[in-house]
Design a protein around this ligand. Sequence first.
Ligand code: ADP
Length: 237
Amino acid sequence: MDKETLLSCRDVSLGYEGHTVWEHLTFSVHSGEYLCIVGENGSGKSTLLKSLLGLLPPLKGVIQRSDTAGAVGYLPQQTQAQRDFPATVSEVVLSGFLSAHGRRFFYSAAEKSQALMHMGKLGILELKDRCYRELSGGQQQRVLLARALCATQKMLLLDEPVSGLDPKVTAEMYALIQKLNYEDGITVVMISHDLNAALQYASHILHIGDTVFFGTKAAYLNEFPQAWQKGGNDGDL
Ligand code: ADP
């Protein structure tokens, strides 16, 4: 059976008024895939992300999201003010349901139990009554991942989810994301500058920069066999 197309960009131009960042960008994401969008700083990852989230309309072409894709669970990069957010872990996780609420200001029993389930799955259940701002960076990222899961059944959009984490916590975070993809079939779209990790975990790579590539990881390695060595040092592009 063909895999369902959740997201597709066909010959899309992206950018800002008077400044085109991307032309002729074509790629798609199917159910169950794990796409890493990699590129150097300034290559246009944030611009693409804003467009995928529907915050920045394409200059040309359309970005299509299938009706069945549902809401995207988004894990943003955090500002310092967000790291200091004075709420409990449960409150932060539950807020993942808010965008689907419309005018409703309370959480249903089903939502509360789903939130607990996501916290359990991500190993943060015992932190549920703790204050979010008192947690370590790695714990905070798990909380944000649980929050993103509350918003989606299908697709996570993760913006540099391991940024600022030490190597051990980074590996744990990548393992959790891989588990959500493998075991729960959640489609993952991750923005990253860590090519090494992208080559380790992703099924597909979209490389934006001087060279543009979109395809499977195997096709990427076939075209850029030196990529492993490059990524092998510290992984950064
Ligand atoms: P990355 O996330 O890969 O570091 P960005 O998407 O932030 O790259 O930037 C890509 C290009 O778009 C850069 O040349 C940047 O200067 C430009 N750019 C980013 N934001 C804006 C904006 N709001 N208005 C105009 N140009 C922008």
